[in-house]
Design a protein around this ligand. Structure first.
Ligand SMILES: Nc1ncnc2c1ncn2[C@@H]1O[C@H](COP(=O)(O)OP(=O)(O)OP(=O)(O)O)[C@@H](O)[C@H]1O
Length: 592
């Protein structure tokens, strides 16, 4: 808890000192206001009573009354300033925490995103980013309440010592209940995160145009809604049951509070009847008891909240400490990829027993074009993710220009490769951005962007758009134009080609294209890039024959390799796949 407080104050101090000073000022003043009002009430009542015996004057009553109203108005004004001040700092800290989470996500190894635990953590952090501010706000309110309590305690001791005893016996149970439920609330939030994620995933499916078309046609809407409802109910039931349990204990604790209030009232009546206190004290002591009880229960509630928020802060700190991707800042810089060698590579996904790929050895000298083919799940994509450095390899070795990939400067390597994945991104931004993201430093180079679009044939379509390369794509935002699946793929391919690289990795780059466009684009690409290495995954063998070497994968291993004619003469798996596909193509009257 103290770590959490220290962390939060440091963050606010570094980013918004003025907020802290102003907040401290407001809390001290508002902490002293209750005792001032109690004192004024006591004085006022005694003065009013004195009016009957002519011991006091109307002017002093009026003065005290105005002073009381003035102080109340002043406290309202302070509340207003405090809300504005808090909002300002919420904006600053919210921005800092969010950016730090985004940056961390950007830095940590991609393998973390193969684990649901990472998504759970990110979801919890994103929805609890206000914790830092809560800790600062709650701990400063704690100080305000401590000032209020101690100042009122002085006032009560001045009346009679027994009040203090009554008060503490009444407040202790509430304190322990709040503490224990702070912990339980955090554990519940942790337990419920996966259910919350499932809930928002289903809500996303029901809101998203792409998923909605399947939902409508398959008629799965009702099923998904009931799945959402089931989850929602589970979420709500758990929260409700914790609230109910806490409610019962809080009720008992509050019963004790009322008892102490009643006991204080009886004590003050006894003291008045014995002439030890004046009538004004009856109202002011009860007001003081009420105030002190309120402040003490605020204190216990705030400590519980600080405790709860500190657990989230601890989680944030842990997240920030996740080891970042080994980008080999100190490793050798790769300015040009001369050759890639892969030796006995194996890779196993987290929580899996069997490796997804194994015994992989490949040589990729500069300019070599390699096609990878194989049935679904044979490990083709996993292999390209390892070669592109997304997954850190522990078994076997990938070497770049003779250097172990784990010891090179990854950033410099990434600058020299370009990857188009099967599930490429369709950015609902402009055409320019969709292509320009391939080389963000060159995004303003309209000529090269256009060249990349010409190479995949998408330029002829973009030309006809009203705003051409400034046209927004997709249907998410106003004015967006939609492309066909194949056009999106051509655009994504242009993005990969826009990047000035030595190695291009394409995972089924032409799966949505018609066979004519597919052959044309790939033939052009091969011709235009004699000095670039290329690895492309394909299920259509009509393009694989263009490669210098074809690798056939099965169950995570390379089972055949060679040129198109070598593989045909082996009469193995490739031969079988090729002949069955060519028969199909011939039937359709197409060429393979
Ligand atoms: N994130 C993951 N976590 C665990 N296992 C995975 C993960 N991604 C893929 N796999 C498993 O690894 C194996 C290889 O998958 P991979 O995606 O590399 O196959 P692929 O040859 O590219 O398939 P496809 O032709 O269908 O694209 C499969 O058995 C798959 O179930």
């Amino acid at each position: 808890m103290f770590k959490g407080i220290g962390f939060s104050y440091k963050l606010v101090w570094v980013n918004s000192k003025s907020y802290l000073f102003f907040m401290a000022f407001i809390k001290v003043i508002t902490g002293l206001i209750p005792v001032t009002l109690i004192y004024l009430t006591q004085k006022l009542i005694n003065e009013v009573v004195g009016l009957f015996s002519k011991e006091s004057s109307y002017s002093s009553v009026f003065f005290l009354f105005s002073l009381q109203i003035g102080i109340i108005l002043f406290s309202f004004f302070l509340q207003y300033l405090s809300i504005i001040n808090e909002k300002k700092v919420t904006i600053v800290i919210g921005k800092i925490i969010n950016i730090s989470i985004f940056e961390k996500i950007n830095q940590i190894s991609f393998i973390n995103f193969e684990k649901p635990a990472t998504y759970n953590k990110i979801q919890r952090l994103s929805s609890n980013q206000s914790c830092v501010l809560n800790v600062v706000e709650e701990s400063s309110s704690l100080i305000r309440d401590l000032i209020t309590v101690s100042s009122i305690l002085f006032f009560l001791i001045a009346q009679h010592w027994a009040f203090i005893l009554i008060l503490f016996v009444g407040i202790l149970p509430l304190f322990f209940i709040e503490m224990s439920y702070g912990n339980k609330r955090f554990e519940l939030a942790k337990f419920l995160t996966p259910f919350g994620r499932l809930e928002s995933y289903i809500a996303g499916l029901l809101n998203n145009r792409d998923s909605l078309k399947e939902i409508k046609l398959f008629g799965t809407g009702k099923y998904l809604i009931s799945k959402w409802e089931e989850n929602y109910q589970l979420f709500a039931n758990n929260e409700l049951s914790l609230l109910k349990k806490q409610g019962i204990f809080t009720f008992i604790a509050q019963f004790l509070l009322i008892t102490t209030y009643a006991l204080s009232g009886i004590l003050v009546l006894l003291l008045i009847s014995s002439g030890k206190l004046l009538v004004g004290s009856f109202v002011s002591v009860l007001q003081a008891v009420q105030n002190i009880q309120e402040s003490l229960s605020n204190i216990s509630r705030n400590i519980a909240k600080i405790y709860e928020s500190s657990l989230f802060i601890e989680e944030y700190r842990e997240f920030m400490e996740i080891e970042e991707m080994n980008d080999g800042h100190h490793g050798s810089v790769i300015n040009h990829i001369e050759a890639i060698q892969i030796r006995d590579l194996a890779f196993t996904y987290p929580d899996e027993l069997k490796p997804a790929i194994q015994n992989i050895s490949i040589d990729i000298p500069l300019g070599k074009k390699i096609a990878i083919i194989g049935e679904n799940g044979s490990g083709k994509t996993t292999l390209t993710k390892c070669i592109s450095g997304l997954y850190e390899v522990s078994t076997g070795m990938i070497s770049i220009n003779g250097m172990d990939m784990n010891h090179i400067n990854k950033n410099s390597f990434h600058k020299k490769i370009s990857v188009l994945f099967q599930d490429y991104e369709k950015y609902n931004f402009t055409v320019k951005e969709n292509i320009g993201f391939g080389n963000i430093n060159n995004i303003e180079n309209a000529e090269e962007i256009q060249l990349a679009a010409i190479r995949t044939g998408i330029h002829s379509k973009v030309e006809k758009f009203p705003k051409q390369y400034e046209t927004i794509l997709g249907r998410l935002f106003d004015g967006g134009l939609e492309l066909s699946g194949g056009q999106w793929q051509k655009l994504a391919l242009s993005r990969s080609l826009f990047r000035e690289t030595d190695l291009i990795i394409l995972d089924e780059p032409t799966s949505s294209l018609d066979p004519i466009s597919e052959i044309e684009i790939l033939q052009q690409l091969f011709k235009q890039t004699p000095d670039k290495s290329m690895i492309f995954i394909t299920h259509r063998l009509g393009t694989a024959y263009l490669a210098d070497e074809i690798l056939v994968m099965k169950n995570g291993e390379i089972i055949e390799r060679g040129s198109h004619s070598d593989l045909l003469s082996y009469r193995g798996q490739y031969y079988e796949m090729y002949t069955s596909q060519s028969q199909l193509y011939e039937k359709e009257g197409l060429v393979l």
